[in-house]
Design a protein around this ligand. Structure first.
Ligand SMILES: [Zn+2]
Length: 441
């Protein structure tokens, strides 16, 4: 995975350059992160079969709702990139609707596919939003073998991840276009690393190191009704944005592939390329941010359905327009749940301390803003498990202490904390609550 970029990018972008001169292409960065040469990974087809089997077995099992704690890092330069809290909360709501088939547009799915549409029973809970202004330009370095890792490191002008085993980190930033000289080749909307060594991905597809695990989204495609348009190459208007690029990228994070199997990047783009899911019909190419329900790129091949089905353009893992996509399949849902209860199960342990809002801890910080000393008061006595954790505005832990069993108040010196915004997390066995503190001198 380390040195495939130059060849992959040439393979990926050359057809666009030849076919349409300089029309740039919009795409998901995971195309760059997966090299699916069958001859390079001879065991892949077998692994995909194993993934099918595993997913099928899971479908019979009992269901519980799985909750993912989310930390959003807004890494911005221009004020418009510093997206509002309201937009971020609305995006979390879109994730909760889309993953649970609670979205308002389920009725747009062609009836022939209704029986394979699935609800994942996965909930997303926003734990914290961190904001940092930066002067770093997040440009794709074609030679690095990675995609803008700077956004994930405070020392490089980004924002350090919260523990990636325990939290799903989403970085929102301005991803610069891919250029060669003055020519704009393309624009990545986002990307995400799957866990390593899943059956339906090539080996070592995961994050280069744990601190870089997570999801990256361009600020113009984050949130429903995003006010900052992104033009479709070729002059056909602006992208429709309904918060579904994050739905797509979070699904990569949970192990899903593109429905056309990512062929065509550097090798054949034929109907043998698979996404590792058998209830997504065969497809050999992606949609073009449109909604072409007549599209059938693998004619004459009987799908899982026993029929030659058209391409499933309503699926979140295609590149259809966001007002066309509206579903995951049951097979996709089972892979995501397998990943969440398997390689990403650390996320579920974190959410064991999250609870409904009505049961949350009630507490205050005073004064706020503060300069030298703060007092934390709780509406009820702390229990023996009570812990206070503090992160600075860059996500770095700065303070951690157990609170006295039975106490209702604690004083903390903040003399050594530089001016800035801090996140305080108060947790007990079954509860957790987050508040912001401003230190100002
Ligand atoms: Zn993608």
């Amino acid at each position: 995975m380390r040195n495939f970029f130059p060849a992959l990018l040439v393979g990926l972008l050359l057809p666009c350059m030849l076919g349409a001169q300089t029309t740039p292409r919009i795409f998901c960065g995971n195309e760059l992160l997966s090299d699916l040469l069958a001859d390079q990974y001879p065991d892949l087809a077998e692994s995909i079969e194993a993934t099918f089997d595993q997913a099928k077995q899971m479908q019979a099992g009992p269901r519980t709702t799985l909750t993912i704690p989310v930390v959003v890092h807004v890494v911005w330069n221009q004020p418009e990139e510093n997206l509002s809290d309201e937009l971020i909360e609305a995006q979390i709501q879109v994730l909760n609707e889309d993953f649970n088939r609670m979205n308002a547009d389920t009725g747009n799915l062609r009836s022939m596919f209704e029986w394979v549409a699935g609800s994942a029973d996965i909930q997303f809970e926003l734990v914290a939003t961190e904001r940092i202004q930066t002067n770093t330009l997040f440009e794709i370095d074609l030679l690095s073998g990675n995609l803008i890792p700077e956004v994930k490191h405070t020392e490089d002008g980004g924002n350090d991840a919260w523990d990636t085993d325990s939290y799903m980190n989403i970085w929102v930033c301005h991803i610069q276009p891919i250029t060669i000289g003055p020519i704009v080749l393309g624009q990545i909307l986002g990307f995400a690393f799957p866990p390593n060594n899943l059956g339906n991905w090539p080996p070592d597809s995961g994050a280069p190191n744990p601190a870089e695990d997570g999801v990256v989204i361009d600020y113009r495609v984050f949130g429903p009704d995003n006010p900052y348009p992104l033009e479709i190459p070729g002059g056909t208007g602006n992208l429709v944005v309904k918060g579904r690029t994050p739905t797509h990228e979070v699904a990569h994070y949970l192990g899903l592939r593109h429905i056309w199997g990512d062929g065509g990047t550097f090798g054949p783009n034929d109907c043998d390329q698979s996404d590792g899911v058998d209830d997504t019909p065969f497809a050999s190419s992606e949609s073009a941010f449109d909604c072409d329900i007549t599209k059938n790129t693998c004619t004459g091949i009987d799908d899982f359905y026993g029929l030659d089905m058209p391409d499933l353009v309503e699926n979140y893992m295609d590149y259809a327009s966001e007002d066309c996509m509206n579903m995951f399949t049951k097979g996709q849902v089972e892979i995501m749940r397998n990943v969440l209860t398997g390689p990403r199960s650390g996320l579920l342990e974190t959410t064991a301390v999250l609870s409904p809002e009505s049961e949350r801890l009630t507490w205050t910080i005073s004064p706020n803003p503060a300069a030298d000393l703060i007092t934390i008061r709780s509406a009820k006595p702390f229990d023996a498990s009570a812990i206070l954790r503090v992160h600075d505005g860059l996500g770095r832990p700065v303070h951690h202490q157990s609170l006295q069993d039975g106490g209702e108040m604690v004083n903390i010196s903040v003399m050594d904390w530089p001016s800035g915004v801090y996140t305080l997390v108060l947790s007990e066995d079954s509860n957790s609550s987050t508040q912001k503190l401003i230190i100002h001198r």
